[in-house]
Design a protein around this ligand. Structure first.
Ligand SMILES: CC(C)(COP(=O)(O)OP(=O)(O)OC[C@H]1O[C@@H](n2cnc3c(N)ncnc32)[C@H](O)[C@@H]1OP(=O)(O)O)[C@@H](O)C(=O)NCCC(=O)NCCS
Length: 212
């Protein structure tokens, strides 16, 4: 596990890569996941087993990056998870033709417990993943935010993400027990220039292709 950058208040960011490494944190991760996404604008209901299953599936995905912000021994106060876009069929479908799917990395999950917000943990969970992405392979990152633009939207714009004006609907069980859809907006960011023989003469990045 790599300690990227210690934060104040005894909070550290850990990268976990295997189910064994996740063991001390998975129950606390599930609690944080439930709490964070039960708030507006998501209002989603996850059972602890579902939240733990989500972490397990991400850890089983090749080239995943799972970062946890941990306080004390094993209290998870935040998480930032990413996987290649191609490993998420719904994301791959939505971005095909807009971004090069095989070269796009998906920042899948981000959350910080309410009482630990506004001290830089969220930004570090984004920046940490951006740094760990394999830049030789991935040229773009993409993520979804609620179409009800909250502070995460502002945070990503400040971090040079672009609003690509593409929306999608997400089905989820809500805290009231009903299943409904909510709208999400895609943001993307160019990581680095693709090394291609036919790059344009002035060195500008070529227009996005499907890349697959
Ligand atoms: C989005 C989220 C992860 C940010 O976490 P955080 O630890 O508070 O983030 P940071 O402290 O690094 O702040 C990042 C930016 O958020 C904004 N922000 C943070 N606290 C804020 C506040 N109290 N009021 C307004 N904006 C605020 C600022 O733009 C800030 O950047 P700045 O410090 O350069 O001004 C957190 O609010 C969260 O978990 N929200 C619910 C889940 C969610 O929306 N996830 C994103 C889904 S893609």
């Amino acid at each position: 596990m790599v300690i990227l950058n210690p934060l104040p208040d005894g909070i550290r960011i850990l990268r976990i890569s295997t189910p064994e490494e996740a063991l001390p944190y998975k129950a606390s991760f599930a609690g944080a996941y439930q709490d964070i996404f039960s708030e507006p604008p998501y209002n989603e209901r996850f059972f602890p087993s579902e939240a733990q299953g989500i972490l397990k599936r991400y850890l089983a995905t090749p080239e995943n990056i799972c970062l946890l912000a941990v306080r004390g021994k094993a209290k998870v106060v935040g998480f930032g998870i990413g996987v290649p876009a191609i490993s998420k069929p719904d994301i791959a479908r939505d971005i095909r033709g807009l971004l090069p799917v095989a070269h796009t990395y998906y920042l899948a999950e981000l959350g910080v417990l309410e009482s630990f917000r506004a001290c830089g943990i969220g930004k570090q969970l984004v920046a940490g993943r951006l740094e760990l992405i394999e830049h030789q392979k991935f040229t773009h990152v993409v993520l979804r935010v609620s179409a009800v633009r909250n502070r995460s939207y502002e945070m990503y714009l400040k971090m040079d993400f672009d609003d690509i004006g593409v929306y999608t609907e997400v089905h989820a069980r809500r805290v009231d027990g009903r299943v409904s859809t909510d709208r999400r907006l895609f943001l993307s960011k160019l990581l680095s220039r693709r090394k291609r023989a036919q790059s344009t003469e002035d060195g500008e990045v070529e227009p996005f292709g499907t890349g697959t």
